[in-house]
Design a binder for this molecule. Structure first.
Ligand SMILES: NC(=O)c1ccc[n+]([C@@H]2O[C@H](COP(=O)([O-])OP(=O)(O)OC[C@H]3O[C@@H](n4cnc5c(N)ncnc54)[C@H](OP(=O)(O)O)[C@@H]3O)[C@@H](O)[C@H]2O)c1
Length: 307
């Protein structure tokens, strides 16, 4: 089968032929229709996350995939050949950008017929992270106000829509054509971060989803109400600043979880949530897709079709 292979940190990912993976008794074999890239794939490629995710080479790139089940392991009773699924693989194992993938059954969620598999591939990591941050760690309630940084990115675009569907008021930071995108996704208040300082315009926020870090992280504490919460996605939060502002702060560490993914997929289907897609390219354009992901400017998901 064709696969996108990484032979070392910082080496160019190449398209090559490798054997179809063997599955264990608790796994399924998936014929991959599409895989989506994430900033994590770029960070793994650059070797900056070796302490958290010690990958081994040859490494098949990608965690997020959608496709159809081709075969099931001996212990798998809930799934059958032909099921339309989406899944997030363990980053340490990778394997999504390939003709077939071995997926532990516990990571699977069914994709309803209303969602094309090509776009469904864009769901797992970013929608799962947005959900985990808003509702599991952030405990966001209807009527509360949330600030979501990078509203035109993968996590941000889902977070805006989930928060609105949950009855929250949404503030977001974006730039350029991200302004229109954030309005279309339903944000109540959109701040162009290149032309305005969000920290001077906002106050009494219940929850901040910080997808940026650095200076944005530092300035975000000041917009929270007393007792509010900041959730950091890029690096562990600054505890001293949290204490100084009388707020709490946590790091979001997203892990593959089929039960959450089932909830996320049904929320997307029930609320007609838009899977914001930057581009869908075929496998032979993988290097352009990877360059676009590496730019940090994507407007939603970059998806590579395998079939
Ligand atoms: N901890 C975890 O478990 C976890 C899980 C998922 C993701 N993450 C991390 O979260 C971050 C976001 O992920 P993603 O998938 O949403 O990335 P993405 O889709 O690549 O989003 C990039 C977006 O960031 C915007 N942006 C850049 N600088 C900004 C700033 N100062 N203020 C506001 N927006 C800004 C860009 O818009 P402009 O072009 O307009 O600047 C772009 O739309 C990444 O670092 C990723 O690794 C962490």
């Amino acid at each position: 089968m064709k696969a996108v292979i990484l032979d070392d940190y910082n080496s160019m990912p190449v398209i090559g032929d490798i054997a179809i993976p063997e599955i264990g008794p608790d796994d399924v074999l998936v014929r991959v229709v599409a895989a989506a890239l994430n900033p994590l794939d770029v960070k793994l490629h650059g070797g900056v996350l070796q302490d958290y995710f010690p990958i081994e080479f040859r490494y098949v790139v990608g965690t997020d995939l959608a496709g159809r089940i081709e075969a099931v392991g001996a212990n798998v009773t809930d799934w059958e050949k032909g099921d339309r699924i989406v899944a997030r693989l363990d980053p340490v194992r990778g394997g999504a950008c390939a003709g077939f993938a071995c997926v532990p059954a516990k990571y699977l969620a069914k994709v309803p017929d209303t969602i094309p598999l090509e776009t469904a591939a864009g769901i797992p990591t970013v929608a799962g992270t947005a959900w985990q941050a808003l509702f599991e760690l952030g405990d966001l309630k209807a009527g509360q106000t949330v600030l979501i940084h990078a509203g035109a990115g993968g996590v941000g675009s889902f977070a805006i829509q989930f928060a609105r569907a949950g009855g929250a008021r949404v503030m977001t930071t974006v730039s350029g054509d991200g302004i229109d995108i954030a309005h279309r996704l339903g944000a109540d208040h959109v701040i162009d971060y290149r032309n305005a300082n969000f920290a001077e315009n906002l106050s009494d926020i219940d929850l901040v989803i910080d997808t940026i870090g650095g200076e944005t992280h530092q300035r975000s504490f000041g917009v929270l109400r007393r007792g509010g919460k900041l959730l950091a996605l890029v690096a562990p939060p600054d505890e001293a600043l949290a204490n100084a502002h009388n707020v709490t702060a946590d790091f979001v560490f997203h892990m593959s979880d089929g039960e959450r993914l089932v909830r996320v997929v049904s929320a997307i289907a029930e609320n007609s949530i838009n899977i914001l897609t930057d581009r869908i390219v075929s496998l032979d354009a993988f290097s352009d897709a990877f360059a676009r992901q590496s730019s940090g400017c994507a407007r939603g998901k970059i998806i590579v079709t395998m079939a």
